[in-house]
Ligand binder design. Structure first.
Ligand code: PNW
Length: 476
């Protein structure tokens, strides 16, 4: 129930952070500069047929060279916080050993530039750009990668912990494990169900070991989180047991495979039995669950859309789509009996349905299940086919659908806060139009438009609206 002493209707609580997010490979460019080594996304994007239009992150938004201007842009938008990721291959070009000072220097300049402008840095250690040398040694399919990740975390924490006090270990390990190793639509492009499950476990282990390394290297008082793209899954026929079981299976593979070990110290029993025909999970060693289940202040929620599932009737071709229907291989190991159904309009340019109530469900569920943790919406946003117009020499991007998307999701955030959820901030995805993974530059999520010929930035109408909200701290 709404409390009377809660924030005034329509007003965000003091200290609530309005932010925007990016990821290193999606914006930085400068892929071969200052000692950066190759990552699995360099390899993948340079492999013909993997990314729409043959696009790569070689240049991207050239953020690496335009850091000062982009920092000024963030200040202009009135951001309280900026969520970015650190490129592991800039810090350790081969993923192990020797540290590349120039890489650390870039993120030191970024963190200092943010702080000088009163913008709090939130650093993600891993947003999908695994050093290629580690992939050559087995990648997330092998446990050594989790240990290498912890070493990297300790290096970064030691070098930057004096100026960054909010840290996220992994971004969306579901995507790394299952789009990277199940459907293969993301790097490294593997399509093997067991490797995908092994990767999920080694990502969990990497999260726990990295947290321990960060706590050992960053001054106390910092806040730690993980960003999960939790799935909101509804049954097609709520009164049919098989459809409810389909929801349970996807909840296990999409959500509880991470929240179980990370927040409760165990893999769900139903996940182990659902996947028993594929693997006995002997890659989980004694002590791993204790290593994974570390104290954690904050859950980062990345939310875009909802899914609707039913039991597949076995005819035609099953549709494993979660909005990434680019491969016939499934990102859901052992769930071949589950069918994903098309969702009703409205949709974004990704084909994802717009459903703010899904964010409500997710926040309230995480709040209920983890009353001791605070929450951050670490990503939420939408792609639309924007067009730039010029009037009186002024470039404008009219994107009312994006503003509407943001407004409706922010209304939900306010509602959950009024109902007691401890939501501390909201990060729009994304600050800039950028390299949208398998879709290349064809999908635009930015608050700020990027012209990929000139690299000119133009705040969209939605960005200007967001700046107003951040200033007023209210949606009124
Ligand atoms: C997230 N899905 O990706 C990522 O964190 C961002 O880097 C990305 O640009 C953004 O969302 C928009 O796509 C996702 O299939 C990719 O469920 C796929 C899914 C979800 C999130």
């Amino acid at each position: 129930a709404t409390t009377l002493d809660g924030p005034a209707a329509g007003t965000f609580p003091d200290g609530f952070m309005f932010g925007a997010a990016t990821a290193a490979y999606q914006v930085e460019g400068a892929a071969r500069e200052d000692g950066r080594g190759p990552s699995i996304w360099d390899t993948f994007s340079h492999t013909p047929g993997k990314v729409a239009g043959g696009d790569t992150g070689d240049v991207a938004c050239d953020h690496y060279h335009r850091l000062e201007a982009d920092l000024d842009l963030m200040a202009q938008l009135g951001l309280d916080s900026y969520r970015f990721s650190i490129a592991w291959p800039r810090i350790q070009p081969t993923g192990r050993g020797e540290v590349n000072q120039a890489g650390l220097d870039f993120y030191r300049r970024l963190a200092d530039g943010l702080r000088q402008r009163g913008i709090r840095p939130l650093a993600t250690l891993y947003h999908w750009d695994l050093p290629q040398s580690l992939q050559d040694a087995g990648g997330w399919g092998v446990r050594e990668t989790a240990h290498a990740f912890a070493d990297y975390a300790g290096i970064v924490g030691g070098a930057l912990g004096d100026r960054i006090d909010a840290w996220t270990t992994l971004n969306e390990p579901w995507c790394s494990a299952f789009l990277g190793h199940g459907s293969g639509v993301h790097a490294p492009g593997v399509t093997d169900a067991v490797t995908a499950l092994r990767a999920a476990h080694h990502l969990n282990l990497g999260h726990g070991l990295a947290l321990q390394a960060l706590r050992g290297s960053v001054p106390s008082g910092a806040e730690y989180s993980v960003s999960l793209n939790l799935h909101v899954v509804h049954p097609d026929r709520p009164d049919v047991a098989e459809d409810l079981d389909a929801v349970r299976r996807i909840d296990a593979l999409g959500n509880r495979i991470f929240t179980g070990p990370m927040f409760a110290g165990a893999y769900p029993e139903d996940l182990l039995s659902d996947t028993a025909p594929l693997t006995d999970w002997s890659f989980v060693h004694d002590g791993d669950l204790a290593d994974i289940h570390q104290p954690l202040e904050t859950i980062g929620i990345n939310y875009y859309s909802t899914s609707r599932v039913r039991q597949w009737d076995g005819t035609g071709q099953n549709n494993h789509s979660t909005g990434h229907n680019l491969s016939s291989a499934s990102p859901w190991p052992g769930a071949d009996s589950v069918q994903f159904l098309p969702q009703p309009a409205p949709h974004t340019a990704m084909g994802w349905n717009i459903e703010p109530s899904g964010l409500y469900e997710l926040i309230m569920r995480m709040h209920r299940e983890n009353p001791d943790k605070s929450l951050l919406i670490t990503e939420n946003g939408s792609a639309f086919d924007d067009t730039v117009t010029t009037a009186d020499g002024q470039r404008r991007v009219h994107d009312p659908e994006r503003t509407d998307y943001l407004r409706r999701h922010l209304e939900v955030v306010l509602q959950t806060i009024a109902e007691g959820a401890d939501v501390r901030g909201y990060y729009a995805w994304s600050l800039l139009d950028n390299f949208e993974w398998a879709y290349g530059y064809s999908k635009r999520f930015g608050l700020v438009h990027v012209d990929y010929d000139t690299l000119e930035r133009t705040p969209k109408d939605s960005g200007l609206w967001y700046a107003q909200v951040a200033r007023a701290r209210s949606l009124a």
